[in-house]
Design a protein around this ligand. Structure first.
Ligand code: ADQ
Length: 502
């Protein structure tokens, strides 16, 4: 691919979602988020096309195609839809994507439902995506496929006799070999992935896991090179495999957090929590986010360090997600049970320990909470990256926010030196980290947050897009420290007794 060749992006969801209005017409909802912000300018510059599901069934697609064309004119790049039937939404999206790949790749093997009809639907939908991509692209174009819903697209393009230059980015973790082999379709899925020309992961750990799977499960594998991108050679194929930590539009977050409407809300929040530190949690409802572990850690912090009582409040937003899957309903019940218990145990006149909200904040409200909070508590049991941690840091304009970050979030690879790291399964460690963060001197807070912000500013979402596309073109990417794989260090001298010869 040269700098000017056309770019085709494919993702499960389009950046525009259609829904039926009560009058029977169609309503457009614009997606938001860093990925869209970062990709749109590149798509405009490269006569690009974005292909994805616009939220409608196959039989409705024809009806909405002219609307998508009109929207393409407004956006400055083309959007093309792939329709899903209600059955496919069940089996492909809620089924294979979110009850097989999501739990397995997040180490929740016991939550997997390996229903063969889910796999069939996954193959069918990936084939349909490949067909639409083939129809809307030419052999010289570069196809950039996003995320775990579409791992088989490159192979399906070859099968459909529409070979293209392709790249794939996995937004979630890639599991270790011993988990990956539990997948009934492990060989097929691995073979599918090896049809991409470039595979990008969030961290060096994910890449290492993938390479170990390929080395073990595929015949005659060689790995060449070092640095951010290496080449995996399987037979005649050379596949580039890299680690590209996703990020945010740092400047936009920092600027919006400084705007008047946000500043006014920050002042309001501070007046609502007089003389108290806000510990903030913002998570999508998901068992991978470790929300019950966070609540248990917070409860223990209040028990172990009674001085924190009345001095701190946990503000926890849980954003609704995948509510049609029973496990998500269960985790919500578990969270609300714990919130009720902790409130019952500690609340007293004039102080509420947890402000829990199940819902959504608009952007100014989200930014105001990020900026007003003294601490952001992230306790994911496994997380591809965790953008909330980066957004909190970018919006922490006073520079004195403290980030408590799970060892198992992808962001740890970059931020391990300046965040307070926790093993979320270790409730005592979480409690101690909360105490440490809330009692940290201003000077240390500022030094740590200053370095965190600088890292995120340097490797922002535009750097991410640029680096991935450069890697696809085989260009040199320079040095970076973000490939480090975090391992918990033992306390100094801890193993001395076993190291002593007897
Ligand atoms: P998620 O699992 O959704 O993303 P995360 O990275 O934390 O997790 O991103 C959440 C996003 O939702 C943030 O950008 C945040 O601003 C947004 N958000 C939070 N509250 C919101 C609200 N009330 N309304 C609207 N938006 C809200 C997956 C992977 C992650 C990976 C990302 C990106 O699971 O590990 O970091 O993709 O690759």
């Amino acid at each position: 691919m040269t700098g000017s060749e056309r770019l085709i992006v494919a993702s499960n969801r389009l950046p525009v979602i259609l829904s039926r209005s009560p009058e029977g017409g169609w309503t457009f909802n614009r997606g938001s988020g860093g990925l869209i912000t970062a990709l749109e300018p590149v798509l405009r510059e490269r006569e690009g096309t974005w292909i994805g599901w616009p939220g409608v069934g196959g039989d409705e697609l024809e009806e909405v195609e002219s609307l998508l064309d009109r929207e393409s004119g407004r956006l400055g790049y083309r959007v093309r839809g792939v329709g899903l039937t209600p059955r496919e939404e069940e089996d492909f999206y809620l089924g294979f994507s979110n009850q097989v790949v999501w739990p397995l790749f997040h180490d929740f093997q016991t939550q997997c439902n390996f229903d063969p009809s889910f796999w069939q639907a996954y193959r069918d939908v990936n084939r349909r995506f490949a067909k639409v991509i083939g129809e809307n692209s030419a052999p010289g174009d570069f196809i950039w496929v996003q995320d775990y819903h579409l791992m088989s697209v490159a192979e399906e393009l070859v099968q459909a006799d529409s070979p293209r230059r392709t790249g794939f980015f996995l937004h979630i973790p890639f599991p270790p070999l011993d988990l990956f082999v539990k997948l009934p379709w492990r060989f097929t899925l691995l073979r599918s992935l090896l049809h991409y020309d470039l595979i990008g992961f969030q961290t060096g750990r994910d890449r290492r896991n993938f390479i170990e799977c390929v080395r073990t499960l595929a015949p005659n594998v060689q790995v060449e090179g070092e640095g951010r991108v290496v080449e995996v050679i399987v037979g005649k194929r050379r596949v580039k495999v890299g680690a590209f930590p996703i990020s945010i539009d740092f400047d936009e977050f920092a600027q919006s957090a400084a705007s008047n409407p946000v500043s006014e809300r920050v002042a309001r929040l501070w007046s609502e929590f007089p003389g108290r530190q806000i510990i903030l949690g913002v998570d999508r409802l998901d068992y991978s986010k470790g929300i019950p572990h966070k609540l248990q850690g917070f409860r223990l912090a209040l028990q172990r360090y009674p001085a924190l009582q009345e001095r701190v409040s946990l503000v926890q937003l849980v954003v609704p997600s995948r509510e049609d899957i029973p496990e998500y309903y269960d985790i919500r019940r578990e969270i609300e049970r714990l919130v009720g218990q902790i409130s019952g145990e500690f609340t007293r006149p004039g102080w509420v320990p947890i402000h829990y909200q199940y819902g959504s904040w608009d952007r100014p409200e989200l930014l105001a909470h990020y900026r007003a909070a003294a601490v952001n508590l992230v306790t994911s049991l496994k997380d591809g990256m965790n953008l909330v941690a980066k957004e909190f840091s970018a919006a922490s304009l006073e520079g004195s926010g403290v980030l408590i970050l799970s060892e198992y979030a992808g962001a740890t690879a970059q931020l391990q030196e300046d965040a307070i790291l926790v093993n979320p399964y270790d409730v005592e460690e979480v409690a101690d980290a909360i105490h440490r963060a809330c009692t940290m001197e201003e000077e240390e807070r500022k030094e740590r947050m200053g370095r965190i912000r600088e890292k995120i500013r340097r490797e922002d979402i535009f750097w991410w897009v640029d680096t991935f596309l450069k890697a696809a073109r085989g260009e040199d990417l320079g040095e970076s420290s973000t490939l480090e794989i975090y391992q918990p260090p033992a306390p100094p001298g801890f193993f001395d007794s076993v190291a002593t010869e007897s």
